[in-house]
Design a binder for this molecule. Structure first.
Ligand code: FAD
Length: 305
């Protein structure tokens, strides 16, 4: 397959049998058969067409900050958008490619004295992942500022989805249902004051540093916020702060986070998530639902092949 791949996808940056733990924020994850970094839309469409023609599964990842890749890894292609990362500003509108770093994009907005993106200044995702997840913090979310997103459909067509058709909800957007790939997004911001924007971003960054265990690998908040409650508080009340399985523990600083403190693996994460869900339910009657997305094969699945 590798020779075959070399011929048909010549010139594209494709890494074979690449360990995904090198890329994930949790620092866990087995190898993917082919990890591709397209430099432009043409390369992206060549990869997708190749995979479809050879019946190979494919999926996309952004910054891998909201993902747990299982230890057996992923078959087929993972496409990452690191090289499709342009950001342009036109008046009050910012257009960013899927691989643009969300935090960097909020800095571009600040540089141009545009307000509305401050809420995202500490969310370590990509633009594509942020649209997919409707990422949000401190009262703001992508849904509030998105004008439209360009997507690549599963059939390989490019189309534009207007913000009002994105079916945004709490950590949800329509592309989670359709399987479309976000290629770029346009955001409507407003004229602001550079100093005030800088102060607000500094305030939010300070809040994050105070409350979140940013010194350890993690995937941010593991669970969605249950209606009328905070996941971290429920976990804390169930006396789970600091509870550890393998190398992964419930953060002592913020119980909504699970941190990889000692070379943990995806199985540690999954076992801890299950344990926390069951313990919190027994304690409070509330069943937590993961926000983090868990993908790939368990190690046993792979060794059974
Ligand atoms: P990934 O983790 O790479 O992928 C997540 C999902 O999006 C996957 O299913 C993937 O297939 C899909 N996806 C990625 N790119 C695309 C694309 N181009 N087209 C279609 N689908 C795509 N989140 C918040 O909302 N608020 C927070 O305050 C917040 N704080 C965090 C703090 C820390 C320390 C960490 C580690 C994470 C935090 N997160 C937060 C979670 C995470 O950063 C966001 O969910 C982010 O939007 C995920 O983007 P990503 O590019 O990393 O997506």
């Amino acid at each position: 397959m590798t020779n075959f791949l070399n011929e048909e996808l010549k010139g594209i940056d494709i890494r074979v049998d690449e360990p995904l733990k090198k890329y994930t924020y949790t620092k866990v994850g087995g190898p993917v058969d082919y990890l591709a970094f397209p430099r432009n839309r043409y390369e992206l469409s060549r990869i997708v067409k190749f995979a479809n023609a050879h019946s190979l599964p494919w999926m996309v990842l952004g910054n891998a900050s909201n993902i747990i890749v299982r230890d057996g890894g992923i078959r087929g292609f993972v496409i990452m958008f690191d090289k499709l990362n342009g950001v342009t500003v036109d008046g009050y509108v910012i257009e960013a490619e899927a691989g643009a770093n969300l935090i960097e994009t909020t800095r571009v907005a600040k540089f141009h004295s545009l307000t509305g993106f401050e809420f995202a200044c500490g969310i370590p995702g990509s633009i594509g992942g942020a649209v997919f997840m409707n990422a949000g913090a401190y009262g703001g979310e992508i849904a509030h500022i998105l004008i439209s997103a360009q997507v690549l459909t599963k059939e390989g067509n490019v189309k534009t989805i207007e913000g009002r058709d994105m079916k945004f909800g709490y950590r949800h957007s329509v592309v989670q249902d359709t399987g479309d790939v976000v290629i770029s997004a346009k955001f409507a911001l407003k004229a602001g004051d550079y100093v005030k924007i800088s102060q607000e971003m500094a305030r939010l960054t300070h809040l994050r540093e105070l409350k979140q265990p940013l010194e350890y690998p993690s995937c941010g908040s593991v669970f969605k916020r249950p209606l009328g409650h905070f996941a971290g508080q429920l976990i804390s009340e169930a006396n789970l702060k600091g509870y550890r399985i393998g190398g992964v523990e419930v953060s002592k600083k913020h119980a909504g986070f699970m941190v990889n403190v000692a070379d943990g693996c995806a199985k540690d994460y999954e076992d801890l998530i299950t344990y926390v869900i069951e313990t919190v339910e027994a304690h409070s009657g509330i069943r937590l639902e993961p926000e983090v997305r868990i993908i790939g094969e368990k190690l046993s699945d792979k060794s059974n092949e």
